[in-house]
Write a protein that binds this ligand. Structure first.
Ligand SMILES: Nc1ncnc2c1ncn2[C@@H]1O[C@H](COP(=O)(O)OP(=O)(O)OP(=O)(O)O)[C@@H](O)[C@H]1O
Ligand SMILES: [Mg+2]
Length: 497
């Protein structure tokens, strides 16, 4: 084995944050190397240093034994290092082919004139698509019209146009369906067989153990350990990440008496999306919504909470007919929705943690036209502490938080609104194991307080671990309902597929 990429003594600070503190990592040729750590540990920052998005304050980087500096992303590309961003860096108005060769188009000289050599582009792109086993995407599709998984494939294909030798994946599966994950893993195996070396970040432990050869753990920006994945246990890995042993069950289920119906939905229909969905949620109950991505779970929630218009349904809220005029109307009636899309209905990222948390309840904590700052600060401090949001202070801009900490702020914002019914859409996406346990504990406490919860999740263990009952949605229809005593992964998946 030979080392392809090596970093040592890497330091990187942001105002008020030491993101990387004497970090090191060695990547061997042809291996898949996991980078593990809690939310805010510095994983993404390290990857951005490698790819020239950020410049390290100090430290050394070697590629094939040679010292290199990477000043900007294009530098990284030309050296054969590429990152597959979760939020794609592709140009959405351009085509697949244009994106793949952007900035390094092959040229053809006819006399004194240089032209883009489209034939050469297509030939190379065809070869790459064949190698990756991509089907169903054509070269002149516009990026904007592709789904998350397809965009990701185009990013990988683009990296191969640079003959990338080092590929970085930062939480690539967070927004993929089970089937898309399988196909991504096949692609990753092919890349490995071709000799590509990969760094792989994920909060899903089972993925780390399935596909990686070695793992490096980072904690508070510092290097902790590198080990062979086959020689560590999940327990051990988590202990290195959080710096202590974690004991007990991850999922904790409250033993609460389930009360009267609080939300009764009948015949929820939205042409082309939802058809005749019925369900009832009771007081203190946790109702899971299972299904594949795109099945209509999010749309159902958005209709009920006034975020989507033009649907028909008979809805009763606390026994009385209800139709949300808009989201504010839903909140005022105790119905709160935590969106799966942090940016769409969730957070205003250029604003501070504090502003985000209290944005939807300002009118509740104001006296006349004045905001009661004391109350506001108390609320914000409480939730930041309860959810251990890692930020230097409450005025920190959300944009600069790590992904998992943004997710915690989103949950805190929903809790601030004092829900009686809380709809959680993918509540632990991108959240580390420690924080997941904290979120489950909070969900348990909420149900003990009589709050009713709908949990939409693509993570089957989480759904089965936390719910009293699971409703299965498929292609806009309800296809089944399973009680906790009858739970099994096969049963629920069987209905959803
Ligand atoms: N541009 C920035 N400005 C200020 N602070 C930043 C910036 N980018 C990252 N940070 C801080 O650096 C630390 C490390 O963040 P990073 O995104 O690398 O964490 P991570 O390990 O990727 O976490 P997650 O698992 O949640 O994605 C965090 O405390 C974060 O708030
Ligand atoms: Mg990250």
């Amino acid at each position: 084995m030979s080392t392809i990429l090596k970093l040592e003594h890497i330091y990187k600070s942001f105002p008020g944050v030491k993101a990387l503190d004497d970090m090191q990592i060695e990547l061997e040729r042809g291996e898949i190397h996991a980078v593990c750590g809690e939310n805010g540990a510095g994983k993404s920052t390290l990857m951005k240093v490698i790819t020239g998005v950020y410049k390290a304050d100090s430290g050394n980087m070697y590629l094939n034994g040679e010292k290199i500096t990477v000043n900007e992303p294009n530098d990284a590309y030309s050296k054969g290092i590429a990152i597959i961003f979760q939020e794609t860096s592709l140009f959405k108005d351009l085509t697949v082919l244009e994106n793949m060769f952007m900035g390094h188009e092959p040229v053809k000289k006819i006399g004194p004139i240089s032209n883009i050599d489209y034939a050469a582009e297509e030939a190379k792109a065809t070869e790459i698509f064949n190698f990756l086993g991509i089907s169903g995407i054509s070269f002149d599709d516009k990026i904007d019209n592709l789904g998350v998984a397809a965009k990701q494939m185009v990013e990988i294909a683009k990296a191969l146009t640079y003959d990338a030798e080092v590929l970085i994946f930062d939480e690539p599966t967070a927004a993929l369906t089970e089937k898309e994950v399988r196909s991504l893993f096949e692609t990753i195996q092919r890349l490995k067989e071709r000799g590509v070396s990969m760094l792989y970040i994920s909060h899903r432990m089972e993925e780390i153990f399935e596909i990686t050869d070695r793992v490096t753990v980072i904690r508070d920006g510092s290097f902790i350990k590198t080990a062979k994945t086959s020689e560590v246990t999940e327990q051990q890995l988590i202990a290195w990440m959080v710096g202590r042993e974690m004991v007990g069950e991850l999922y904790c289920k409250a033993d609460v008496e389930i009360g009267e119906p609080v939300l009764e939905v009948k015949g929820l229909t939205k042409p082309g999306l939802l058809e005749n969905i019925d369900f009832t949620l009771r007081r203190g109950e946790i109702l899971g919504f299972a299904g594949l991505a795109g099945a209509g779970r999010t749309e159902s929630a958005e209709c009920i909470c006034g975020l989507m218009k033009r649907y028909t349904a008979d809805i009763k809220l606390f026994g009385k007919p209800f139709k949300a005029k808009n989201y504010r109307h839903a909140i005022d009636n105790g119905l709160v929705y935590l969106s799966e899309d942090r940016k769409k209905y969730g957070l205003v990222v250029p604003m501070s943690v504090k502003e985000n948390l209290t944005m939807s309840i300002l009118y509740q904590i104001s006296k006349g036209t004045f905001i009661d700052f004391k109350t506001e600060n108390q609320i914000v401090e409480k939730y930041m502490k309860d959810l251990s949001v890692k930020a230097p202070d409450k005025d920190f801009v959300v944009e600069n938080l790590s992904g998992g900490n943004q997710q915690k702020v989103l949950l805190a914002k929903a809790l601030c609104a004092k829900p009686k019914i809380l709809i959680l859409d993918e509540p632990t996406r991108g959240v580390d194991v420690g924080a997941k346990a904290e979120i489950y504990k909070i969900i348990k406490q909420l149900s003990e307080q009589g709050i009713s919860i709908i949990m939409i999740s693509s993570e089957m263990p989480e759904l089965l671990g936390m719910s009293d009952r699971v409703v299965v949605i498929k292609e806009g229809r309800k296809v089944g309902e399973v009680e906790r005593k009858d739970f099994s992964q096969e049963k629920v998946l069987g209905m959803a597929l």
